[in-house]
Design a protein around this ligand. Structure first.
Ligand code: NAD
Length: 290
């Protein structure tokens, strides 16, 4: 397949590299001066997509996605599919899908889980929204860049699944960290806390697979001085998207709202910027009730 890849940053570069390594003819474009092995670089997004069967975008936010879509959709060839893997607001995902449909193009919103490690290893999970035909056309590329792709429903459903998942993740990480900090103050050994909770009804992915306490549980960013991993500012981005979606859908999400406020404070007023989102534990360690 001829594939155009727009947005070759931390995630996009290894994803595009994996597509090229699998034997596809990949042309890339990024507004920054980047090079990816096996990927030919175009001088504009429109030039990159001109002869492509599939166009993959991996961009920072919905505003940039909309601007790139304005440029590439008119330049795409008939029967090509637009696959947006960025994490963006549901409204932008739906607007771009509508724009693609109006131009008789297939499109799918397909945000990912798995981070930079998953992008490099080709083990991402894709959450996809779009028609059956669009999903079917994108699926072989998901198989190369990832290990699992779930077709969640119509346009926007991939983004909806992503932000609901990450809202749970943010809330659960805070709950796990505040419980560890309370356990410390109650004199409970952290290993005992892990042994009990990880096999009791308080278990979760944040406790069992990504334990925020150094030296406890499987290897996690806590064992590497809270170097991300998944940076606190990216968690904040996704929590904000969840609250934007909750506003627009008139959904009551009190825990998501509180988690957003706590990560906002952590990233913007404390020392959370650039640290893994599990560094919420040392934050709670330093705090008292008042
Ligand atoms: P990044 O900032 O490293 O990469 C984004 C790239 O897009 C940059 O290279 C930038 O130059 C390029 N870009 C910006 N505007 C452009 C334009 N108009 N035209 C062409 N290129 C443009 O970000 P990233 O970490 O690769 O994340 C990309 C997306 O994936 C985001 O939406 C993020 O939320 C999501 N995501 C990231 C992770 C992660 O762990 N990094 C995990 C899951 C999802």
């Amino acid at each position: 397949m001829k594939i155009a890849f727009i947005g070759l940053g931390n995630m996009g570069a290894p994803m595009a590299g994996n597509l090229a390594q699998a034997g596809h003819d990949v042309t890339g474009f990024d507004r920054a001066d980047v090079a990816v092995e096996g990927v030919a670089m175009a001088t504009s997004a429109a030039a990159a997509v001109a002869n492509a069967d599939a166009v993959v975008t991996m961009l920072p936010n919905g505003q940039i996605l909309r601007a790139v879509a304005d440029e590439v959709i008119p330049a795409m060839q008939e029967e090509a599919v637009l696959i947006d893997c960025s994490t963006v607001d549901v409204d932008s995902a739906r607007a771009v899908a509508q724009q693609a449909a109006d131009a008789d193009l297939l499109s799918v919103d397909a945000p990912v889980s798995g981070g930079i490690g998953g992008a490099a290893a080709g083990t991402l999970t894709f959450m996809a929204g779009g028609t059956d035909a669009a999903f079917a056309k994108a699926a072989p590329l998901f198989d190369i860049m990832g290990q699992k792709a779930v077709h969640c429903g119509e346009a926007g459903s991939g983004q909806a699944a992503k932000i609901c998942n990450n809202m749970i993740l943010g809330v659960t990480m805070i709950a796990t960290c505040e419980a560890f900090a309370l356990a410390d103050k109650l004199g409970l050994d952290r290993q005992k806390m892990f042994d009990v909770v990880s096999t009791s009804s308080g278990y979760s992915w944040t406790m069992n697979a990504y334990c925020p306490a150094p030296g406890i549980g499987p290897q996690s960013p806590a064992d590497n001085s809270y170097t991300p991993g998944f940076a606190a500012e990216l968690m904040l981005k996704d929590l904000r998207l969840s609250q934007q979606a909750a506003d627009s859908a008139d959904a009551d999400t009190p825990m998501g709202q509180i988690a957003t406020a706590i990560y906002e404070q952590f990233v913007e007023q404390e020392d959370g910027l650039g640290r893994d989102f599990s560094a919420m534990l040392p934050r709670f360690e330093k705090r008292s009730r008042s």
